[in-house]
Design a protein around this ligand. Structure first.
Ligand code: NGO
Length: 520
């Protein structure tokens, strides 16, 4: 029996040797197709092989570091079948293993940067803060073959080119917005999206939680908002909403992936769902009719009534208490049914309310017509002159120009979903621009970052959302992370072509743009 086992083992080793001999291990780290492109990559010309012995060691006191180690193990174990374990160590290097270590002696990496040193014997990932380790882990994933993204057992070998990557982001706000008001998307869809964002080092998820067509977050002191206002959506479907527990679950899931959730309650316009749920919030009338069309600009909270401010105060209080991040988005766009004389004092007062509950205000660029409080930031989507007014008041700008960054814009005239009122945005159009070169008065130091909003009038399923989101989201992730000098379409399109297989392995239904020579 023993002899037979030995023969079996010998045959297995021979098979492994043959597999290794046939595969050409990657040895040039500079050829790795990493998105977003790292700040610096220094190849060392050899390769490292991940095996069942490559356990993950963590060195650092932060509770998050174990969690990041486990996150990496959870990504690697299903496809490799290696059953890698996460172990604590006090050492700076562990031969033959992957080491994640916190050491705050590398100021140039900042709070989100990392250094990844790969030799033929070990992988060493260091960062000042847990977020940096998390991003380093994302890079490590991308250095492995695309099938590492599969949830089922795949054949190796699992090889990585050696060298050193030092990397940190250009902007601290790298975001995407999901409109769950026009069509509702459930917790599971949003969690999948959070994982997709995390893979590309994005860190801010803006949830557009209310609009004319639906109110999507439970507010305990105003229950009819969801009981009535959450019951439909564009086209008359059944709508839906998040309970506070579900919202907290999303926030937690995002936090574990270093993503901050920013809730938006759009006001004073885009409020039909609230007005229909509580008619006393209307200036006049008592209409309780829900709206399932796609017009904008027809609704307004009654800015002269005190009940409106009681309502806003309650909503902000409940939602701020569930939101650990610093931002609260008050919308403020397209208030065509509110006169400017009413709009300005409304926005001024709501900023105070948000500040009273400990949050900073974000708002669409129209809010710059009001008097901005310190820390209020303006999201530039339509009018440069509004954003410039914000800058003149000392506000920071979040860059989301509809012409370049609206993910609900169609790729071209053949696109099945999306709008084209701002532009057609093919994959190269979405990539080939720079946030700090759009408007002369808005310089890099005025900008907190970039956000790509996905409005959902024309989409209602995860696959439809992914068709618009991917592959463009990867380009927005790169614009937010990679310095302008290192970005070029010619280089990006090759890396993106390689990410087709990776997106496929992740189960993403992306739009196969003809401008990319996808690797099959
Ligand atoms: C606009 C409008 C939204 C629409 C979107 C459609 C802003 C800030 N307000 O963007 O209500 O859904 O366009 O592209």
């Amino acid at each position: 029996m023993k002899k037979r086992n030995t023969i079996v083992a010998l045959l297995a080793s021979a098979a492994i040797l043959i597999t290794f001999a046939c595969s050409s291990a990657p040895t040039d780290l500079s050829k790795a197709n990493i998105i977003p492109k790292p700040v610096s990559v220094t190849p060392a010309g050899e390769s490292f092989t991940l095996t069942h012995r490559t356990d993950i060691y963590v060195n650092g006191e932060s509770p998050e570091i174990l969690q990041i180690g486990q996150y990496l193990a959870d990504r690697l174990n299903p496809p490799t079948g290696f059953g890698l374990e996460v172990k604590k160590t006090k050492k700076d290097l562990v031969r033959g293993k992957i080491l994640l270590a916190l050491s705050d002696n590398d100021p140039s990496l900042g709070d989100e940067g990392y250094e990844l040193v790969i030799t033929d014997k070990s992988v060493r990932l260091t960062a000042n803060k847990p977020a940096g380790l998390f991003y380093g882990v994302q890079t490590l994933r991308q250095l492995l073959p695309a099938k590492v993204e599969m949830a089922t057992l795949q054949e190796g070998p699992w090889e990585i080119a050696t060298g050193t990557i030092r990397d940190y982001p250009s902007y601290s706000y790298r975001g995407a917005m999901r409109d769950v008001a026009r069509h509702f998307f459930g917790v599971d869809d949003i969690k999948i999206f959070i994982d997709q964002m995390a893979a590309y080092k994005m860190n801010m998820l803006h949830l557009h939680l209310s609009d004319d067509q639906g109110w999507r977050i439970e507010i305990k002191s105003w229950p009819n908002l969801t009981a009535h206002g959450g019951r439909t959506e564009v086209g008359g479907g059944e709508g839906g909403f998040y309970t506070q527990e579900q919202y907290s679950d999303i926030v937690r899931y995002a936090q574990e992936r270093f993503i901050t959730v920013i809730p938006e309650i759009d006001m004073p316009g885009h409020t039909n769902a609230a007005l229909a749920s509580y008619p006393e919030l209307n200036a006049k009338g008592s209409d309780t009719t829900l709206y399932t069309g796609t017009d904008v600009g027809f609704s307004s909270l009654a800015t002269h009534k005190e009940i409106t401010y009681k309502f806003v105060g309650d909503v902000v209080r409940e939602l701020a208490a569930l939101t650990p991040g610093p931002w609260f988005h008050i919308g403020g766009d397209e208030s065509h049914s509110t006169s400017l004389e009413d709009y300005i004092p409304f926005v001024n007062r709501v900023q105070d309310t948000v500040a009273a509950y400990g949050k900073h205000v974000l708002g669409w660029d129209e809010i710059a017509l009001a008097t901005l409080k310190p820390n209020t930031a303006v999201q530039y989507w339509a009018k440069a002159e509004n954003a410039v007014k914000g800058v003149a008041q000392g506000a920071k700008v979040l860059i989301s120009p509809s012409k370049y960054a609206y993910i609900d814009m169609q790729y071209d005239s053949t696109s099945i979903y999306g709008y084209n009122w701002a532009a057609y945005i093919e994959v190269d159009d979405g990539y080939n621009w720079d946030p700090a070169s759009l408007v002369p008065e808005i310089k890099k130091e005025n900008i907190i970052g970039i956000e790509a909003p996905l409005w959902s009038e024309t989409i209602s399923t995860r696959a439809e959302a992914e068709y618009l989101l991917f592959p463009r989201l990867l380009g927005y992730a790169e614009i937010g992370w990679t310095p302008k000098e290192l970005r070029s379409w010619d280089d990006y399109k090759v890396r993106l072509a390689n990410h087709g297989l990776r997106m496929k392995a992740m189960g993403i239904s992306f739009y196969p743009s003809k401008r990319i020579e996808w690797i099959k």
